[in-house]
Design a binder for this molecule. Structure first.
Ligand SMILES: [Cu+2]
Length: 352
């Protein structure tokens, strides 16, 4: 049973709408792409309305633009791209068609102009769109305002971060200061996150970066990763250990130190750290958490190098930024780094 995926029922739609309000802020960074994601994973997998699908039911990926949404007729008009079957053969040319939505509550949300991404289900003469996600283009002005607003409350590169204390996957206290003399890449997750392109993607990215670092003698001992849960009551050290194993962040051996740690803490500790990076997270009644995404690259002295918002960043981008940091550091202050490394070598390795 895969705990990372969870179908959403129509009954959860109310929660979803508040989820979008939160996500509007979470995705302000995407404003630069002039799109605001307003919907994710509308799925009616557990919606019992309608007969069950037959064995002949077919599913196709559909993308396009909503031209009209008619709530009273229960139809949306979509100018869709060509639709291909699983073998990549064209099933339907690009055209404008009316579709029913499996999730009836969506008729309230969908608007003409929305970009739509859905699964077209066709079964014995009936068809509908399921697993709908929508993105809504923003006007240039509101996109710029949104970007400015998000930038104002986030720490800027060069900001010295205060020390903070958390509890790692082994139940030990850890502090930001423990990472002194190493570059730290830090992100926030919760282990029960059901959205594949949110926390699970952060962890997949971290796993990829960890792998890159492990294979690079020039980076191996100079970079550490830390995933902090914002669901501390559920994500205990034991849960984090199990989660770490899922992403191949194994316990250290004598030949490979633990380069990727996981941290939890008291709710107050977590909220303090989240505030530093302007991470928002709001638990909902069903146990999921509406949250933004923040990933921070922090230098050897606890200063922010770069803050990555949302989920648009890639492991390659981060690796390049790390390399660039070391290159410019080596060029500009080789002497002071060497002196400082020497001075604190004795303390920095105590914990590992
Ligand atoms: Cu998540």
């Amino acid at each position: 049973m895969n705990t990372l995926t969870k179908p959403f029922s129509i009954h959860q739609f109310d929660k979803f709408t508040s989820f979008f309000r939160t996500y509007k802020f979470a995705h302000l960074a995407l404003a630069s792409l002039s799109f605001l994601i307003i919907g994710l994973c509308f799925s009616a997998c557990t919606n019992e309305s309608g007969a069950p699908l037959s064995s002949e039911a077919r599913r196709y990926k559909l993308t396009g633009k909503v031209l009209n949404a008619d709530k009273s007729r229960r139809r949306v008009q979509v100018a869709h791209d060509p639709i291909s079957d699983n073998q990549g053969e064209t099933y339907m040319e690009a055209m404008t068609m009316d579709f029913a939505l499996h999730d009836e509550a969506l008729y309230e949300e969908i608007k003409s102009g929305d970009e739509i991404n859905a699964t077209l289900v066709i079964d014995k003469g009936r068809s509908y769109l399921d697993e709908v996600s929508l993105s809504r283009p923003m006007s240039g002005d509101s996109a710029a305002t949104a970007t400015r607003a998000a930038a104002l409350i986030e720490p800027q590169p060069g900001t010295s971060l205060p020390n903070f204390t958390l509890i790692n996957q082994d139940g030990k206290n850890i502090q930001l200061a423990d990472y002194k003399n190493r570059v730290l890449l830090l992100t926030f997750i919760y282990t029960r996150c059901p959205l594949p392109d949110y926390c699970p993607l952060m962890s997949e990215n971290f796993a990829a970066i960890k792998k890159t670092i492990a294979a690079r003698p020039d980076l191996r001992d100079r970079v550490r990763l830390l995933s902090i849960t914002f669901d501390p009551l559920y994500d205990t050290p034991a849960v984090l250990r199990e989660y770490a194993a899922r992403y191949d962040a194994q316990a250290p051996t004598s030949s490979s130190p633990r380069t990727w740690e996981f941290a939890t803490g008291t709710p107050a500790q977590i909220s303090d750290v989240a505030k530093l990076f302007n991470l928002s997270y709001t638990p909902t009644a069903d146990g999921t958490i509406n949250h933004s995404l923040k990933t921070a690259l922090i230098d050897e002295y606890g200063k922010l190098i770069k803050l990555y918002r949302d989920n648009g960043w890639t492991p390659q981008e981060v690796t390049r930024d790390i390399e660039r940091h070391f290159t410019s550091n080596n060029a500009s202050n080789t002497d002071s780094n060497a002196a400082s490394n020497k001075a604190s070598d004795s303390v920095s390795d105590v914990r590992r």
